[in-house]
Ligand binder design. Structure first.
Ligand code: ZN
Length: 331
């Protein structure tokens, strides 16, 4: 889903899910026992901080940067002046001592045999207070780092499921977000003297600028309710979009050529959903350093193919693949 320049998507088993609109709610089908990932993108300018929640549980315990104009030293060091934001959350993150443990997101199926009647006794309840993935974006302020003190992030990793079984049954939900295999990534630490961004210290000074909420429901619910959206048209439209050749094919070729790191599969997926969600637009003509405009222009529908666009495409790939937010412990 996309609101303004902010975009939130979920992929299940490595492919971006089809989103339906049911009773006014953007809704995807969960797949029991399947791993899922959460993709955050920002297409605009400016700098913000954000968090991602699954059923109101903070997935990392950290604020993440959305530093599109590269005001922070660490963003400049990694990405120069091109600052588009794209990050994939693969699981529940917990950071301590410079290392982050990630437990993959899994759609866990509730064991519904407690009442002896099995799955079919479950009511189809349209409860929109549960079963959701949320991106919350806040204004950020600049500050200068004065301490390398790295506090452990308090990720909400305690429960194996984001919702308890009783809550799920009562609310007619059969899947929830659980946790799967654990992997580790190295987290970056701030350095003294760097310029960075953060949410304002005082909670009352914080201002939420965007909130995107995507609901996940089991396939039974989706089958029953899909008609109220489109009767399957959303899925068909996406299939058509995927079949349509776009210049994103070139992006993918670049991704393949530039592969060789372990990040390659992620890059390809990011490119993949970029191509299906919006057409690759051209570089803004005026500014030499402006990043490629990914905001969904239809310009290329007429078949324009300009050789000069290869360089911006490379830039665009670097943008799509290279940026990632860094867990910043709250302090
Ligand atoms: Zn639909």
């Amino acid at each position: 889903m996309r609101i303004g320049d902010w975009e939130l998507n979920v992929s299940v088993n490595n492919s971006v899910t089809v989103e339906h609109n049911i009773d006014g709610h953007p809704c995807i089908a969960s797949v029991a026992d399947a791993e899922f990932e959460i993709h955050v993108r920002y297409h605009g300018a400016g700098h913000f901080m954000y968090k991602v929640f699954v059923d109101d549980k903070d997935v990392s315990g950290c604020w993440h940067k959305m530093d599109a104009d590269c005001v922070s030293t660490s963003t400049q060091r990694r990405h120069g002046s091109v600052g588009k934001v794209a990050h994939t959350f693969k699981g529940w993150e917990k950071t301590a001592d410079g290392q982050t443990a990630v437990r993959s997101f899994v759609f866990a199926k509730v064991a519904a045999d407690g009442d002896g009647e099995g799955d079919f006794s479950r009511p189809i309840v349209a409860d929109w207070t549960r079963g959701h993935i949320t991106l919350a974006v806040y204004d950020a302020e600049l500050y200068t780092v004065t301490s390398t003190r790295c506090l452990s992030a308090k990720a909400d990793q305690g429960p194996v499921m984001s919702l308890d079984e009783a809550t799920m049954v009562k609310n007619g939900l059969s899947t929830t977000a659980g946790a799967g295999a654990v992997s580790f990534i190295r987290s970056r630490q701030k350095r003294v003297g760097e310029v960075s961004i953060r949410v304002p210290r005082a909670p009352e000074a914080r201002r939420k600028v965007a909130e995107l909420r995507l609901f996940y429901r089991d396939s039974f619910f989706m089958l029953l309710r899909e008609d109220s959206c489109c009767g399957g048209a959303c899925a068909r439209q996406r299939a058509v979009d995927e079949a349509r050749p776009t210049r994103a094919t070139e992006l993918r070729a670049l991704a393949d050529a530039g592969a060789g790191s372990s990040g390659a599969p992620i890059r390809e997926r990011l490119v993949g959903f970029t191509e299906t969600r919006e057409r690759i637009a051209r570089k803004r003509p005026a500014a030499g350093e402006a990043p490629i405009d990914l905001t969904g222009s239809d310009d290329e529908a007429g078949g324009e193919q300009q050789q000069g666009e290869r360089v911006p495409l490379a830039d665009a790939f670097a943008v799509a693949a290279g940026t990632s937010s860094v867990p910043i412990p709250v302090d």
